[in-house]
Design a protein around this ligand. Structure first.
Ligand SMILES: [Zn+2]
Length: 143
């Protein structure tokens, strides 16, 4: 982690995550970031899969016998998808909207995502109207 410390983050994390899966600095806004989940299945996931498989086998053994065992691979596939989806949801930077996966695939889309992120940060039009009214009042009072 020496190289990570040498990189100067623009904004260090306000709160530290307990046991992060990975720590890094956002390449666009240089904010310290961390993943809470890994993209790989852990030993605990496999234990959960074994538990679910034994439960299903225990329930369906009288009807299908040993044929229920391959259900383990079904659970494996589901777990793999869930872990990857959870990991993917953490990739976009919550501070600037930078998405590294899109940057790898298509830079234009990644740029569009960042633009959309900042568009969503803009105050709503009705708030803008209020703001411009305040600005008008202020300029009037100055005269
Ligand atoms: Zn960022």
């Amino acid at each position: 982690m020496d190289s990570f410390q040498n990189l100067n983050a623009l904004e260090s994390r306000v709160y530290k995550l307990r046991d992060p899966a990975m720590e890094f600095i956002c390449p666009l806004c240089r904010t310290e970031r961390a993943f809470t989940v890994s993209h790989k299945l852990s030993k605990l996931h496999f234990l959960q899969m074994i538990f679910l498989t034994s439960l299903v086998v225990w329930i369906f053994y009288p009807y299908a016998g040993i044929k229920t065992l391959p259900v383990f691979f079904g659970f494996w596939a589901i777990f793999e998808i869930v872990v990857r989806v959870r990991f993917k949801n953490e990739i976009p930077c919550p501070h600037c909207g930078f998405d590294a996966t899109w940057y790898q695939k298509d830079v234009k889309v990644a740029r569009q995502k960042v633009r959309e992120f900042w568009e969503s940060k803009k105050p709503a039009p009705e708030n803008n109207a209020e703001l411009s009214e305040i600005e008008v009042e202020e300029s009037n009072s100055q005269e």
